[in-house]
Design a protein around this ligand. Structure first.
Ligand SMILES: O=c1ccn([C@H]2C[C@H](O)[C@@H](COP(=O)(O)OP(=O)(O)OP(=O)(O)O)O2)c(=O)[nH]1
Ligand SMILES: [Mg+2]
Length: 156
């Protein structure tokens, strides 16, 4: 008999007043990489995002990202493809020491106004391992084949 240990890190969520009644962020399929984030906008006042505009959309939760992990806020491809809605700062970075409300910076690159209603799944968050490097200044970079080639140096 194999015993499966749940090795997943725990993501503690603190529900804020504007998050009352919202479903928790959740993975919408067994293998989903990201958990969908819902808009904690006022039920009575949906947010209309006009073409070319951006808005910081609240999620209604504080996320206690586990130490040595980050939250990556990413667009949902359906909203991007159908409505031109993206996360302007994608991937948004939620630091493990952040204790404020997680918000989603949406931008409307489409041609039509986009109405964000309460509970709408407007983005997704991937929890990924991350490390901090010890920064050290040196005088000369090590030699590599690539050298300073970048920005298309390898062709298309
Ligand atoms: O999509 C995002 C991106 C960031 N944040 C929050 C969590 C993150 O820990 C904090 C800072 O993000 P970032 O470091 O990208 O912004 P900054 O401009 O460097 O702000 P700060 O000086 O506060 O780090 O803002 C969000 O809620 N959503
Ligand atoms: Mg920062």
């Amino acid at each position: 008999m194999t015993i499966h240990h749940d090795t997943r890190p725990t993501l503690n969520l603190i529900r804020l007043p504007n998050g009352e009644g919202l479903d928790l962020p959740a993975y919408e399929s067994k293998g989903a990489a990201g958990m969908d984030l819902r808009a904690a906008v006022d039920e009575a006042a949906p947010l209309t995002l006009l073409p070319g505009k951006r808005a910081l959309v609240p999620t209604g939760f504080i996320f206690e990202i586990p130490e040595h992990f980050e939250g990556q806020v990413r667009p949902r491809s359906g909203l991007a493809f159908k409505n031109g809605i993206t996360c302007l700062n994608s991937p948004g970075t939620v630091d493990s020491d952040y204790r404020g409300e997680v918000k989603v910076l949406l931008a409307n690159l489409g041609e039509e106004p986009f109405v964000i209603s309460r509970g709408m799944r407007i983005a997704q968050m991937v929890i990924a391992p991350v490390t901090q490097a010890r920064v050290a200044e040196i005088t000369e970079a090590s030699e590599t084949v690539r050298g300073a080639g970048g920005f298309g140096s390898t062709g298309v």
